[in-house]
Design a protein around this ligand. Structure first.
Ligand SMILES: *Cc1c(COP(=O)(O)O)cnc(C)c1O
Length: 354
């Protein structure tokens, strides 16, 4: 039986991926030199199509990395000599913080839950150079309000604001004039095979990286911002990249652009409503996040008594859903709601949960 994956990532591939992969093999995409003009065209198409899709201003740079986690490490290395500040409400935002610790920085954090935080009153230490947000905390299905992120950046204009949008892109509508960098990996909302991270960064990030290098800080080697930029200016990458993934990202972005981002966002919201309505009205399974302002539109975490039983029963019927994250493995299920997930399939899956 062909299964449908509602897992938070890797997840269901876009149906068109098969065709694009066949095309890639036929056109020798996986054999061409990454210094050739054929590659430069693939690079250029992925960058321009993605910029159109996510409304990224011309003056932002797009860098290709290997994963979302790598993006965290590159941002810490290139944007903070010592002090980063982290908004932590789950496993992925915590990972951003521990990456900074591992790199021997001196990160600080605010931990919060459903009570949230007051963006006007939050006191970020004066020495902080970088503020790290996780827009969509995948481990618990909780989203931040982008307006809170913008407000904090506005009140701390001298600092760099970095936003993890790994499990909310392309749904989340970021105003790039109000943040400095963001990043995602492609195996979630973009419905692609894993193995590519995308970092979106403005000139302020580049300048910071240059100044850190001048001070004698390590900003990394081949994936330092300087090295990435130097190559991106030539529509290339420092190393031999995942050419197939960059090619597929361009193709999928073209496809989503044709469909229109407005429609994609509207469909995502409709499907999210379907999920939350269903569980708000369920006798025993309830959304883990009760505050509707913080409920993630793209990954719903649901409190259950025995996740294994539900997961197994759905799997026998062709639907794969996620378990809870780590310590919530048995007490949560997680349902991803990405653009490739069809409303009809979502309805059929929920009907079975009943
Ligand atoms: C999955 C995820 C990551 C990690 O991305 P990788 O590509 O697996 O390294 C980081 N942040 C969030 C919010 C995620 O959901």
């Amino acid at each position: 039986m062909q299964k449908i994956f509602f897992t938070p990532g890797p997840t269901q591939l876009y149906p068109s991926i098969k065709g694009y992969m066949r095309e890639a093999v036929k056109d020798d995409i996986c054999s061409i030199s990454h210094r050739s003009s054929d590659f430069e065209q693939i690079f250029e198409n992925a960058v321009s199509s993605l910029k159109q899709l996510l409304n990224i201003p011309e003056n932002f740079h797009i860098f290709f990395l290997s994963s979302g986690t790598e993006a965290m490490e590159r941002i810490i290395e290139n944007c903070a000599a010592k002090y980063s500040y982290h908004f932590v409400n789950g496993a992925f935002s915590k990972r951003f913080f521990t990456v900074a610790q591992a790199l021997k920085k001196m990160p600080e954090k605010i931990e919060f839950g459903e009570e949230g935080f007051n963006s006007e009153k939050i006191n970020i230490p004066r020495e902080a150079e970088l503020i790290c947000f996780t827009h969509n905390e995948t481990s618990i299905g909780m989203s931040l309000n982008t307006e809170d992120i913008y407000k904090i950046k506005e009140n701390n204009a001298d600092k760099i604001a970095a936003v993890d949008i790994v499990s909310s892109a392309p749904y989340v509508d970021i105003d790039y004039s109000k943040i400095d960098c963001s990043f995602f990996s492609v195996q979630k909302g973009f419905g692609l095979p894993a193995g590519l991270g995308v970092l979106i960064a403005n000139e302020k990030c580049i300048e910071k990286s240059v100044s850190l290098q001048k001070q004698g800080c390590s900003i990394g080697s081949y994936h330092s911002f300087a090295s990435l930029l130097n190559n991106a200016d030539k529509k290339q990458t420092p190393e031999t990249p995942n050419v197939l993934a960059i090619y597929l990202l361009g193709k999928i972005s073209d496809e989503l652009n044709k469909k229109g981002i407005k429609k994609i966002r509207k469909e995502t919201e409709e499907k999210a409503e379907l999920i939350y309505d269903f569980f708000d009205n369920h006798a025993s399974y309830k959304p883990f996040i009760s505050n509707k302002c913080f409920r993630s539109k793209t990954v719903a975490a649901i409190n259950v008594t025995d996740s294994k039983k539900i997961i197994e029963a759905l799997s026998e019927n062709g639907f794969v859903i996620g378990s809870g994250h780590k310590e919530m493995k048995d007490t949560h299920i997680r349902i991803a709601n990405f653009p490739m997930h069809k409303k009809e399939d979502m309805k059929r899956m929920l009907e079975l949960v009943k």
